[in-house]
Design a protein around this ligand. Structure first.
Ligand code: ADP
Ligand code: TRP
Length: 324
């Protein structure tokens, strides 16, 4: 089975990215699937127009993926921009894509309502994402809930293309894990780089502790019982603690004399434990940027090979002649 996914280099990676997406990437990789994981820098260009920021965050995400366990021996790990066939396929898919389908995309409407310029890249974002997925004949796409509509559009576009030009593209399935579909941020909304409510994976233990202490809770006094199901700290603890500990913390919430401060302190410890190893590896990789570049180079070569095979099929299906 072929698993594929991508993350935009639009900000530093956070717990939502890890639990909602990256942990699933690792699972598919370690179960022996054929995996393609990439950094969607052309997607990020729809919202970022600062060269330095783009370069820095691209390097951060590349280093972070390797530190978290993406294994270049098992997965092709690469930059979207190293596979020019993807933008070629996006153009072809544009030609079977109704404008109304893009105008209905919730992520597009959200971005416009937040005041982002309605450029063509932003409108066309889901078509480029569909090209990313379809060009590798992907079967499974591990993602968080927010990407569900993009996957539905990808399936639609594959079906439309196949109807117009004959069976050519594989129709993929989304893989969304319900318990981690939407990880909350420190303000209780969905954790996202764009809401400034994240807990970053790669920061010092002290900074993690400080960030956890900023999670918004209600003002129930320490001695009184609290409802764990209404608490963002508890929702995060459920992602990190063993089931027996979750049960114990839940009891503590309900019986009182257990404050949000206790829960926040424990959460910070668990985050710091979970990522201790990856943070060490990240620091080592930072000293060796040549290695990270070589991995991306090799991943790009693998990805281009598969992409070109698909494009030969696609060009042929629609009668696009080339003389290369
Ligand atoms: P952000 O919203 O911070 O910009 P991205 O859009 O780059 O994050 O998301 C990269 C991947 O991480 C996607 O598969 C997305 O669904 C997943 N993801 C991001 N935030 C969360 C979250 N809060 N909960 C679950 N998954 C998430
Ligand atoms: N839109 C995705 C996000 O914001 C990133 C992405 C680009 C992606 N291409 C993809 C995800 C292909 C999965 C498959 O998170």
């Amino acid at each position: 089975m072929r698993s594929l996914s991508g993350i935009q280099p639009s900000g530093r990676l956070h717990l939502g990215n890890y639990f909602g997406a990256i942990r699933q990437y690792l699972k598919f990789q370690d179960e022996g699937n054929e995996c393609f994981y990439f950094i969607a820098n052309y997607h990020a260009l729809t919202t970022i127009s600062d060269k330095k920021q783009m370069e820095e965050i691209t390097t951060h995400v590349a280093t972070a993926f390797l530190a978290l366990g993406i294994d270049p021996e098992k997965s092709a790990f690469f930059l979207q921009s190293d596979v020019p066939q993807v933008t070629e396929l996006a153009w072809i898919l544009n030609c079977v894509c109704p404008v109304s389908m893009m105008e209905k995309a919730t992520s597009y409407k959200d971005k416009i309502s937040k005041g982002l310029a309605a450029n063509m890249g932003l409108l066309d974002y889901p078509v480029l994402q569909a090209a990313d997925i379809l060009i590798y004949d992907s079967n499974i796409v591990p993602i968080g809930q927010d990407q569900k509509q993009h996957l539905e559009m990808t399936r639609d576009l594959a079906i439309k293309f196949n109807l117009a030009f004959g069976e050519t593209l594989v129709v993929p399935e989304a893989h969304i894990v319900p318990e981690v579909a939407v990880v909350p941020g420190i303000d209780g909304q969905k954790m996202s780089k764009s809401y400034d409510n994240t807990i970053e994976i790669f920061q010092t233990p002290k900074a993690t502790k400080k960030r956890c202490s900023q999670i918004v809770t209600d003002s129930t006094p320490l001695e009184e019982p609290k409802d764990p199901d209404k608490c963002t700290v508890f929702a995060m603890l459920k992602l990190l603690a063993e089931p027996a500990e979750v049960e114990e913390i839940e009891k503590n919430y309900r019986s009182g004399s257990y404050g949000y401060g206790h829960a926040k302190g424990r959460l910070a410890e668990l985050v710091n434990e979970l990522f201790a190893e990856a943070r060490k590896k990240y620091a080592e990789l930072e000293k060796n940027p040549g290695f990270v570049r070589d991995v991306l180079g090799e991943g790009g070569r693998k990805a281009r090979e598969v992409a070109e095979e698909t494009m030969i099929r696609v060009r042929n299906a629609c009668g696009i002649l080339t003389n290369r």
